[in-house]
Design a protein around this ligand. Structure first.
Ligand code: COA
Ligand code: ZN
Length: 310
C-alpha cells in the first residue's frame, strides 16, 4: 500500500461536532475545548461557523468564541461560512481562513441553506471576494459528495464539475464532504479519480462521517490514492442537524492512533488529544463514540499474566 509520510488533520469538532449538540454548550466550554485542542499539535482547527443563528443556534456565539480563545500562533483557526454575511462576520472576528460550503445535491442544499446549488455558486463567489479583500485564504467543502440522504447516489462527474467550477471561482483547496456517511472505499476511489481527472493537481481534503462504520476504511482508501489531508472531530462528536440519523465525523484520536501505528506522521500528541476528548465528553449530553477514548491505545496493555504452578 502507498502511504504518505505525513498527514494533515483539520479538527472540526468545535464546529461540526458542537453544532448538532442538543444541549447548549456554553461559550466558555467551546473556548476551553478549542484551547485544549490547540495544545495537541493539531495545526488546523475549524473553530466555528458564521451561519444564521436561527438555522444553528449553537453557533450564535461564534464571534465571542473567536474573541476569547488563546490563540496558539502555530494553529490556523478557520471558520465555516455560507455567504457574504458569514464571510464578513468571520473577517471581523479575525478568523485565519474561510471555509465556504455548497452541496452536490439540490435537495441537501435546499435543506441546508434554502436555495438550489446553482444559486449557492453566487454565494461562493461573494465569499471569495470578501476573503480576497481581507487577504485570507478560502477553501470550499462540497457536501454530499459521496451521496445525498434525500437523492441517493451523486454522480462523481457532477462532483468533478463542481470542483472545477470552484477552482475557476478562485477556491484554493476543496474538501469532499461525506456529510451523512454514505461513502465506501469503492466510492472514494471513484469520486477522487473523477475529480482528479477533471482538476489535475487540485488540493483535496476528505471530510468523512462515520455514520455507517466505513469512516477509517474510507481514510485507508484515500491514503492509498495519496490523499494526505483529513477532517476529523475529537471524540467523534457531531452529526448534521439537517439529516435524520446522522452521526459524527471520523474520530480524531482514532485516526491519529491508527496513523501512529502506520508510521504516518500527524504531529499530534495522542495523550494530549485524549485529554481534549475527555473535556469534550464533559461538554456534551450523550456518550462520545470515540473508540480509543474507551479502550485506550493498543500499546497501553495490562502487563503479562503470570504463569502459575511452574
Ligand atoms: N450569519 C448570520 N446571519 C445571517 C447569515 C449569516 N451568515 N446569513 C444570513 N443571515 C441572516 C440575515 O441577515 C437575515 O436576518 P434578518 O431576518 O434579521 O433580516 C436572515 O438570516 C435571513 O436571511 P436570508 O438570506 O433570507 O437567509 P435564509 O433564511 O434563507 O437562510 C442561511 C440561509 C444560509 C443564512 C441559513 O440557512 C444558514 O445559516 N444555514 C447554515 C446551515 C449550516 O450551518 N449547516 C451546517 C454546515 S454544513
Ligand atoms: Zn460534516
Amino acid at each position: 500500500m502507498r502511504l504518505p509520510d505525513r498527514v494533515q488533520i483539520r479538527e472540526v469538532g468545535p464546529r461540526d461536532g458542537i453544532q448538532s449538540e442538543r444541549a447548549m454548550v456554553p461559550t466558555e466550554g467551546k473556548v476551553a475545548l478549542i484551547d485544549a485542542l490547540s495544545r495537541t499539535g493539531l495545526r488546523l482547527i475549524e473553530a466555528v461557523s458564521f451561519v444564521s443563528p436561527k438555522a444553528v443556534p449553537q453557533m450564535a456565539d461564534a464571534d465571542e468564541v473567536l474573541a476569547r480563545i488563546s490563540r496558539n500562533p502555530g494553529v490556523f483557526y478557520s471558520a465555516l461560512v455560507p455567504n457574504r454575511k458569514g464571510a464578513e462576520r468571520a473577517v471581523a472576528a479575525r478568523a485565519d481562513g474561510l471555509q465556504v460550503f455548497i452541496a452536490a445535491s439540490d435537495s441537501y442544499n435546499l435543506r441546508n441553506v434554502r436555495k438550489p446549488v446553482e444559486q449557492s455558486f453566487a454565494d461562493v463567489a461573494e465569499v471569495v471576494a470578501v476573503a480576497r479583500e481581507a487577504g485570507l485564504p478560502v477553501e470550499a467543502t462540497v457536501s454530499t459528495a459521496f451521496g445525498c440522504p434525500y437523492e441517493g447516489d451523486v454522480a462523481p462527474r457532477r462532483v468533478a464539475d463542481m470542483v472545477t467550477r470552484l477552482i475557476d471561482l478562485g477556491i484554493g483547496a476543496v474538501s469532499l464532504g461525506d456529510t451523512t456517511g454514505m461513502a465506501t472505499p469503492r466510492r472514494v476511489v471513484e469520486v477522487v479519480e473523477e475529480v482528479r481527472a477533471a482538476a489535475p493537481g487540485v488540493a483535496l481534503n476528505m471530510h468523512f462521517h462515520d455514520t455507517r462504520g466505513t469512516g477509517l476504511a474510507n481514510v485507508l482508501a484515500a491514503l492509498d490514492l495519496g490523499i494526505d489531508s483529513f477532517d476529523a472531530s475529537v471524540g467523534g462528536m457531531g452529526g448534521s442537524p439537517f439529516a435524520e440519523g446522522s452521526t459524527g465525523n471520523i474520530c480524531t484520536e482514532d485516526l491519529v492512533h491508527m496513523l501512529i501505528d502506520m508510521d504516518v506522521d500527524t504531529g499530534v500528541d495522542l495523550d494530549a488529544l485524549l485529554d481534549a476528548a475527555r473535556l469534550a465528553q464533559r461538554l456534551i449530553s450523550g456518550e462520545l463514540p470515540g473508540k480509543v477514548l474507551r479502550a485506550g491505545p493498543r500499546w497501553q496493555v495490562a502487563g503479562p499474566v503470570a504463569v502459575e504452578g511452574t
